[in-house]
Design a protein. Sequence first.
Length: 132
Amino acid sequence: MKTNLIAAVITGTVLSLSGMAYAAPMVGYETVGVSVADTQVAAMGWSAEKQILHKAVYNDDHKKIGVIEDIIISPEKSLSYAVVGVGGFLGMDRHDVLIPFNHFRSEGSKYLLPGATKPMLKSLPEFKYNKK
């Protein structure tokens, strides 16, 4: 009860000082972070971690041919490519390839790569991150 009262007093103080509650601390006169309302809206949104990353990729025969390891966002901020890991065990000897995201087809919670096979993906050039 005492903790709830303290939280209510702090929240009321923040609201009265800023006019809006923020999920992050105030730094000088600038607010770092987003408002509580923005956090609640974002929590209902789409998550790459939950809906794309580490999901299996299947071919037309519904055989697993790889795993989506990463997504690459172009400088224009559009979803451009998926990094698909092919083969390997526990990350060892995995061959990462870059596949344009528009080549995938979503079927329920599965990601299909029509016309692809595991040997075909392994024959593609290996994707390596730029080491800037």
